[in-house]
Ligand binder design. Sequence first.
Ligand code: CA
Ligand code: CA
Length: 264
Amino acid sequence: MICHGDIITSRLTLLYPPDTYRIPHTTYHIPHIPHTTYHIPRIPYTHTVQVSFGSGSVACDGTGVVISITFNSNIGDLATMTTDVAALTGTAAVAEATKGGTTQNFEKQTLTCTATSGTFQLTFRGQTTASIAYDASASGVETALEALSTVGDVDVTFGAGAVACDGTGVAIAVTFKTELGDVSTISYVITALQGGAGTITVAETQKGDKDNVICSEKGICDAATGFCKCFNGYGSSNHDASSGTTRDCGKVNPMIGFIAPELF
Ligand SMILES: [Ca+2]
Ligand SMILES: [Ca+2]
């Protein structure tokens, strides 16, 4: 069993970019898959960090060096590190610079349409919608966007009212549910909007920061089908940690099985 051998060789620490995984003394299933694509589930107390100095190239000096430590693979608000300076001529202090978060966000863009007649079009990633009436419903705008080959699933809501545009401006919130990460900004065509006098503005109200990686790093992409073959414990998601139809291995399912005792 190839995977079995890897674990023995690496003495409980598996190196696989971009993270280092350390297997704890607990029960996890090791998938039986080829060495070159071996991966194991992300485990809460797995650690890799990035370290940088605020200045210079040494960790300490007579005036104080800021050592920034970013926890790349630990999720959430972590306990503050402690220091042992018994063997140091000097002092060390620790402060939390940025609190770790547990959620990632879909991109949300808000268009404000001000017009009382005519039509407009929206463009995303080079594809442009059919004409959308100034008084289209939220579902009408959503359907127009989802007809684009560059858009999978978006949610569209209005800040007020039931029409896309009015004389004082309607906020049209577009949330990208399948285009992950920081996506490009929607642009628009307004030459037919209120005889060219209508306006649309666009603002990114939530930058998307959901990861967009092959099979959520929890499976193998089958190039022939374009679908993921997920490791045990992972399945299809809705891109938001719940069950869905996207075969991306982004849903955590109950773990089954255990590591053979001889591995420890
Ligand atoms: Ca939708
Ligand atoms: Ca963006």
